[in-house]
Design a protein around this ligand. Sequence first.
Ligand code: FE2
Ligand code: FE2
Length: 323
Amino acid sequence: MSVFIRDIYQMPQGQEFEDFFLIESAEIKKHRTGEPYLRLIISDRTGTLPVLWWKPPKDADLTIFKKGDVVFISAYVEIFQGNVQPKIKSMRHAQEGEFAEDKFISKSRFDIEEQFTKLLEIIETIKNPYLKKLLEVIFYDDEISSAFTKAPGGKFIHHASIGGLIEHTLGVVEICEVVAKRYKSIDRDLLITAAILHDIGKIHEYSIKIAIDRTDEGILLGHIYTGSELIAKKIDEIEGFPKELKMKLLHCILSHHGEYEYGSPKRPKTLEAVALHFADALDSKVKGYEEHIERELGEEKGWTKRHFAYDVPIYFDGEINYE
Ligand SMILES: [Fe+2]
Ligand SMILES: [Fe+2]
């Protein structure tokens, strides 16, 4: 049975464990005597953990352990100044096929094909011919649709799973439908189109090898830019696409993070843009809480540690209501 990092944090001093983990960082340090030791940050899909290889064998080559490697670690728990910091007894690289992929990355709990069908059905409901055409041009492109259905919604904060992007997109679309019904001045077709496309740039933002990682494009350009660029290009392929509609749609994409400090080059200045921003924040935050509970507590009742991004501990009553 797999040993997950969330369980190691609960283990008592001295408890032994062994399993496969991913190296997030590796640093060779020196004891006062000059002997080398290794300080690693390891991870799996439930979190990260610092570990020390305090007394590696004298002939061990510590330089071969690098970020991105999967290793088999045998270790025991040490609690140092109140913090869990296990010590490694032995470690080796994993062979291909030796470990289960879902140790490092989770899958959306929704069926991806069903979700894609749902997305195509929503596109059918768009009445504005230009917006409908745009969505068809984008989602009937095999390369885009296959990337879109596999992509995660994030690396760690929310929807960090295969299929996370489409799950998040449909979540935002559903919230926007409710908002569009309630506020009659909202252009429903524009809002739903913007909701479907708001994170399309994430198909280039992450790579999935062993775990989810950000690509160079993701780090240097980000999904707001790459998404807007893709949408603008596709719009320009459609004859007669109204200029103002293009501007309003791109404004929704460019402002969906709401504030400059969250990477938004623009703040929302239309009804559709402000609705999209809060629908996006609502879906990502609730899901972010849910994933933090899953990582830290599984199905146990209790408190999580402080969330690294939302900066609060989260209480969970242990009840799971998935249908
Ligand atoms: Fe986004
Ligand atoms: Fe989003």
